[in-house]
Design a protein around this ligand. Structure first.
Ligand code: GS8
Length: 220
């Protein structure tokens, strides 16, 4: 019997984009179900992820898997015949997981604060965001991708943020490329992959979405 794969997702979500990229890298056909998590969660989402009620949720032959980190690993381990996303070897895997954890703990908050605040708070968020990106740029070094020659786990985790860079630059009035040029070269390289290009939303669409959110909280 063919696998039935469903992804519960929300188009501007970095977390959802990770699952989309991993599925595309592995060439898995799936049904995409859009969830409007900001307004109205579907009964299916509440049933499949009753604990956290968040997207993304991958439903594989009726069984749910939640949390983007876990989903990407699950995809990698389930469809092993395509090139692996996680590096081989315990040390390389530990390093990839370290950076993945760092990214989730640091980048998400500084992104949110960069678009949703102003004044001193926004300046502090921008500073922290750039600091984190510089650490990541250092880890990238002169490699093509984070894992070396081939696109892998850390790239999947990180590249979705690129779809929000334009929005952050507009909201925060700064240039990420001026601060971290190598990281932008890497992001553009990732964007040349079909799996990434088709999984990331249009930059203007993200910007318009964020403008609406900013209006709601009285920033526009
Ligand atoms: C985060 C998922 C998440 O916050 C992961 O999958 O990596 N650690 C998780 N999802 C958001 C949408 S994207 O910002 C979500 O579903 N929010 C709804 C809610 O919190 O109620």
């Amino acid at each position: 019997m063919a696998d039935k794969v469903v992804l519960l997702d929300f188009w501007p979500s970095f977390f959802g984009m990770r699952a989309r990229i991993a599925l595309a890298e592995k060439g898995i056909e799936y049904q995409y179900k859009e969830e409007n998590v900001l307004q109205d969660k579907s009964p299916l989402l509440l049933q499949m992820n009753p604990v956290k009620k968040t997207i993304p949720v991958l439903i594989h032959n009726g069984k749910p898997i939640s949390e983007s980190l876990i989903i990407v690993q699950y995809i990698d381990e389930t469809w092993k015949d395509k090139s692996p996303l996680l590096p081989s070897g315990p040390y390389q895997q530990a390093q990839a997981r370290f950076w993945a954890d760092y990214v989730d703990k640091k980048v998400f908050t500084s992104i949110r604060e960069t678009w949703s605040t102003k004044g001193e708070k926004q300046e502090a968020a921008k500073k922290e965001f750039i600091e984190v990106l510089k650490f990541l740029e250092g880890e990238l070094g002169d490699k093509l991708y984070f894992g070396g020659e081939s696109f892998g786990y850390l790239d999947v985790r990180l590249v979705p943020f690129y779809s929000w860079f334009y929005t952050l630059e507009k909201c925060g009035n700064f240039s990420i490329e001026a601060e971290c040029p190598k990281l932008i070269v890497w992001a553009k390289k990732c964007m040349q992959r079909d799996s990434v290009a088709k999984s990331l939303p249009d930059l203007d669409k993200v910007y318009n979405f964020v403008l609406q959110l900013r209006k709601k909280i009285g920033l526009e």
